[in-house]
Write a protein that binds this ligand. Structure first.
Ligand SMILES: [Cu+2]
Length: 445
């Protein structure tokens, strides 16, 4: 049901202007960086709405090339999904597009460009989309933390331009050399001892997997990719956030006044502070108890017993075994595929956008897809339009997600009810991979 106020706002769409702008991304002493950003900022403006309300934004394209906006993780009307070439035409330079849809689910989502994503997202076209639960969550405050990396030339402070570099496409994707949170290097926030924080972490990078650990903070995972866990899960281990994934944490500051707590980034051999929390005076004497779960969103439960089983095999990339694949309807050698700028294949096709990956699904059908990673790189597979359950090793339904990280050699089975009609993209969210063979779609009629 729409809140009463939305009818008054029916024609009052707020603009979201995609434009070229300079921001101070590197520390002081370096020059500004030219980015592409919504409203000229990176991240773009945070969009925050009540669950069940209506999101209306007029995309104004002031960029030198066409663009579109995808609302990542939102169970949305297909026509509003923003995938240029599948659900809409890319919006030409100088033109506009009206996005208008109801947000059914509370949670942490994000929006980003979806035309030439491997370039446009790397240039800065993304932002947070926060859908609030009807009742306030019992925390002292929340922080939206957008994790990203940038590939910058330190001499000029500019974004390195070879977005379609074959090395990045055929290996782990475009990996930046400058890691930020909310576009700030070494972000530092204030906190108080025993303060309870909700941290909404969003991985907006093109390809980087963020392994994170908490130091001076203790708490629980309460949601993944926007969807609440049935029960808060104590954080005891490394948190791994693949590209496009989100995680909501409720944490207590257990570091003492004068100390600094951290979200620690575990790099290759080194660890550094992704976000610092400097503990000030005025904390509480005691920690609170275990938090309540967030209220669930109303999603259809899958019946695995009646689910149609399908499989998707991911092949290719550097050091992969792909020798041939179909391209343009013909079988081509790996050399011919590489000459066409493709390095990957789904079920033997390097051009998975030419048709749906599977026979048409009927609306309401229960499906399970075994996604096999027959490559030597991890991949973050994202389905548009519907969340899915990851099926655990025990064969039971696990967490609800919209993006699942599949390590090299692993197979992950996902299951969902195909209850949202339309053409829905299914692709790797390492965006260089998506542009070079790892994109297909499903058709729910
Ligand atoms: Cu990939």
């Amino acid at each position: 049901m729409l809140p009463a106020s939305t009818s008054l706002a029916a024609s009052a769409s707020v603009e979201l202007n995609a434009l070229v702008a300079d921001i101070q991304l590197l520390p002081e002493g370096y020059g500004p960086t030219s980015i592409w950003g919504f409203d000229g900022t990176a991240p773009g403006p945070e969009i925050r709405l009540a669950q069940g309300s209506r999101l209306q934004r007029r995309l104004v394209n002031s960029l030198p090339e066409p663009t579109s906006i995808h609302w990542h993780g939102v169970r949305i009307d297909n026509a509003m999904d923003g995938v240029s070439g599948l659900t809409q035409n890319a919006v030409p330079s100088g033109e506009t597009f009206e996005y208008d849809f109801v947000v059914r689910d509370a949670g942490t989502y994000w929006y980003h460009a979806h035309n030439k994503s491997f370039e446009q997202v790397a240039r800065g076209l993304s932002g947070a989309l926060i859908i609030e639960e009807p009742d306030e969550v019992d925390v002292d405050r929340e922080e939206v933390l957008i994790l990203d990396d940038w590939l910058l030339d330190p001499d000029t402070a500019q974004i390195v331009g070879d977005f379609a570099a074959p090395h990045a496409m055929s290996h782990g994707g475009r990996i930046g050399n400058y890691i930020t949170t909310n576009s700030v290097y070494n972000l530092a926030l204030d906190a108080r001892q025993n303060e309870r924080l909700r941290l909404r972490l969003i991985n907006a990078s093109n390809a980087r997997i963020f392994p994170l650990r908490l130091d001076g903070l203790q708490g629980w995972t309460v949601a993944l990719d926007g969807m609440p866990l049935v029960k808060p899960l104590p954080i005891t281990d490394t948190i791994v956030l693949g590209p496009a994934q989100r995680i909501d944490l409720i944490v207590d500051v257990v570091a003492s006044e004068g100390e600094t707590a951290h979200v620690v980034h575990l790099g290759q051999g080194d660890a550094f502070s992704q976000v610092a929390f400097e503990v000030r005076a005025g904390g509480a004497v005691k920690r609170r108890g275990v938090p309540s779960p967030l209220p669930p969103n109303a999603l259809s439960m899958v019946d695995l017993g009646k689910a149609r089983a399908m499989s998707l095999t991911m092949e290719g990339g550097a050091m992969g075994g792909l020798r041939s694949a179909t391209l343009g309807g013909d079988s081509k050698s790996i050399g011919e595929i590489v000459d066409a700028g493709r390095f990957w294949a789904f079920n033997g096709a390097a051009d998975g956008m030419d048709g749906p990956a599977f026979a048409e699904l009927s609306q309401g059908e229960h499906v399970r897809i075994a996604i096999a990673n027959d490559t030597v790189f991890p991949h973050a597979m994202h389905l548009h339009g519907m969340h899915f359950y990851e099926i655990g090793n025990d064969g039971n339904l696990g967490a609800l997600r919209d993006t699942t990280l599949i390590e090299r050699g692993d197979t992950r089975e996902i299951a969902f009810v195909a209850d949202n009609p339309g053409k829905w993209l299914l692709h790797c969210h390492m965006l260089s991979h998506a542009a070079s063979g790892m994109s297909t779609w499903i058709d729910v009629a």
